[in-house]
Design a protein around this ligand. Structure first.
Ligand code: NDP
Ligand code: MG
Length: 391
C-alpha cells in the first residue's frame, strides 16, 4: 500500500532527515507535500528531487521567488501561514509529519487530526499547548498520533511490552545539555555560542537552546502526559549523558523496558512512518561492546528550574501550558537576538506564569489568546528592562 506523506517544515533538521528516510524506504512511500518558511532555495531543490504535488512557503514574501525556481516543475505552489493547514489536510495524504518549530503548527495538526490522518509528531509545541484538545480530536476522528521525539518514540516502543494499566513509571532520559554539572552562577553568563553547542544532537536553534535551559525536557514531560494519557506523578526525568537509552517504562512487576539506539533521529522518524512494521533502516547501528559505561543521575532541579516548572504546568493543565510554551518561545527568540542573557529565559517564563490566571477546559481560541498574552508580556518585560538599564 502506498503511503503519501506531507512534511511540515521539510527544510529543518527533522524535515531533512525525514526526506532521507523516505528516500531510503523506496516505493511504498511518496512525498506528497512539503513546506518551508523562508528557505526558498532549499525547498525548490527538494521539490526538484522528491517531486511533491504541493510546496508551501509560509512566509509569503518568498512566494514569487519560489514560483520562479519551480516554474518548470509540475508542482502547485501555496503560500502564507494558512498553506500549512492546507497541505496538512489534503485528501490524498496518509501521513503528516510535523517538523515546523513552535506553536505555529497548531492549526495544521488540528486539521490533520480532524481529517483522520496519521500524525507523526516531531513538533512538540502544539501538543504541549493543546494536548487535551488535540488528543480528543484525534480519538474522535480516528487519527493516529505517533511520536517522533526520540524519548517518546522509545516510550511508545517500550509500552508494547505490557498493558497501559500495568505501567508504573515513565522515565524520560536527557543528555543534560551543554551545561550539565555547572552551577547557577556559572550558567548565568554563558554565551549564545555555548548554548548552541549541544554535546550530542544536531538540531534547530530553538530546540538547542531549550535543551540548554532544560525547557526541552519540561515540554517533553507535558508531551508524554498527553501522548500516553498518564498521570504526571508517573513521569520522571533522568540524566543520561551517553544518550543511548532513549527512555524507559517501568511496569508494575518492577520490570523496566528500555529502547536503545545511537543518537540518530532517522530511527524514530522511520518508526513513526512504518509502524507497526519495522524495516531495515539507515540509522547507524549501536555497538554496545564499544561502550564502557551507561550512567544515570537525577537532574539538578535547583539549577535547572525549568524541569520543576514543567511538572507544575503539566499538573495545572488548562491554559498554563500555552503560557509556558509561548513565554519560552518569545524568551528564546530574545536570547537568540542577543537582547537578554541566558538565565533570563526561565525568569521571564516564571514571571509570566505567576501573573497568569489559568483557565481550564479552554477552547482553541482561548489557548491562542493565552499564547498571544504571554508573548506580549515577555516583549514588554524585555523592553522595560532594556529601557531601565539605559543611562
Ligand atoms: P529547525 O529550526 O531545524 O526547522 C524548522 C522548520 O520549520 C524549517 O523547515 C523552517 O523553515 C520551518 N519554520 C520556521 N519558522 C516557521 C514558521 N513561522 N512557520 C512555518 N514554518 C516555519 O527545527 P528542528 O527540525 O530542529 O525542530 C522541528 C521540531 O521538531 C521542533 O518542534 C522541535 O522541538 C522538534 N524536535 C526536533 C528534534 C531534532 O533533532 N531536531 C528532536 C525532537 C523534536 P525555514 O527553513 O524556511 O526556516
Ligand atoms: Mg526529545
Amino acid at each position: 500500500m502506498l503511503r503519501r506523506v506531507t512534511i511540515l517544515g521539510s527544510t529543518g533538521s527533522i524535515g531533512k532527515n525525514a526526506l532521507r528516510v523516505i528516500e531510503s524506504l523506496g516505493e511504498g512511500y511518496e512525498v506528497f507535500a512539503l513546506s518551508a518558511h523562508s528557505s526558498v532555495e532549499l525547498l525548490a531543490e527538494q521539490a526538484r528531487r522528491y517531486k511533491p504535488k504541493y510546496v508551501a512557503i509560509t512566509n509569503a514574501d518568498y512566494e514569487k521567488q519560489l514560483r520562479e525556481l519551480v516554474g518548470d516543475l509540475e508542482v502547485e505552489v501555496l503560500s502564507g501561514a494558512e498553506s500549512l493547514t492546507e497541505i496538512a489536510g489534503l485528501e490524498e495524504v496518509d501521513i503528516v509529519l510535523t517538523a515546523v518549530v513552535g506553536a505555529v503548527g497548531l492549526a495544521a495538526v488540528l486539521a490533520a487530526a480532524k481529517k483522520g490522518k496519521r500524525l507523526a509528531i516531531a513538533n512538540k509545541e502544539p501538543l504541549v499547548v493543546a494536548g487535551e484538545l488535540l488528543t480528543s480530536m484525534a480519538r474522535e476522528n480516528g487519527a493516529e498520533i505517533l511520536p517522533v521525539d526520540s524519548e517518546h518514540s522509545a516510550v511508545f516502543q517500550a509500552l508494547q511490552a505490557g498493558k497501559r494499566e500495568e505501567v508504573s513509571r515513565i522515565i524520560l532520559t536527557s543528555s543534560g545539555g551543554p551545561f550539565r554539572g555547572m552551577s547557577e552562577e556559572e550558567i548565568a553568563n554563558v554565551t549564545l555560542e555555548q548554548a548552541l553547542a549541544h554535546p550530542v544532537w544536531e538540531m534547530g536553534r530553538k530546540i538547542t537552546v531549550d535543551s540548554a535551559t532544560m525547557m526541552n525536557k519540561a515540554l517533553e514531560v507535558i508531551e508524554a502526559r498527553w501522548l500516553f494519557g498518564v498521570e504526571v506523578e508517573k513521569i520522571e526525568v533522568l540524566i543520561h549523558p551517553e544518550t543511548i537509552v532513549h527512555s524507559m517504562v517501568e511496569f508494575v512487576d518492577g520490570s523496566v523496558v528500555a529502547q536503545l539506539g545511537t543518537p540518530d533521529m532517522c530511527l524514530p522518524i522511520q518508526y513513526a512512518l512504518t509502524y507497526p512494521a519495522r524495516v531495515a533502516g539507515i540509522a547507524e547501528r549501536l555497538q554496545l561492546d564499544e561502550m564502557s559505561k551507561l550512567t544515570f543521575e537525577r537532574p539538578n532541579l535547583e539549577t535547572f528550574r525549568a524541569i520543576s516548572l514543567g511538572f507544575d504546568v503539566a499538573r495545572t493543565g488548562g491554559t498554563a501550558a500555552a503560557v509556558f510554551n509561548a513565554a519560552n518561545e518569545a524568551a528564546v527568540g530574545e536570547f537568540l537576538a542577543g537582547t537578554i542573557k541566558f538565565a533570563r529565559i526561565v525568569e521571564l517564563i516564571e514571571d509570566c506564569l505567576s501573573r497568569h490566571g489559568v483557565k481550564r477546559g479552554a477552547s482553541v481560541e482561548e489557548l491562542l489568546e493565552a499564547d498571544r498574552w504571554a508573548r506580549r508580556e515577555v516583549e514588554e518585560s524585555v523592553k522595560c528592562k532594556v529601557k531601565s538599564v539605559k543611562p
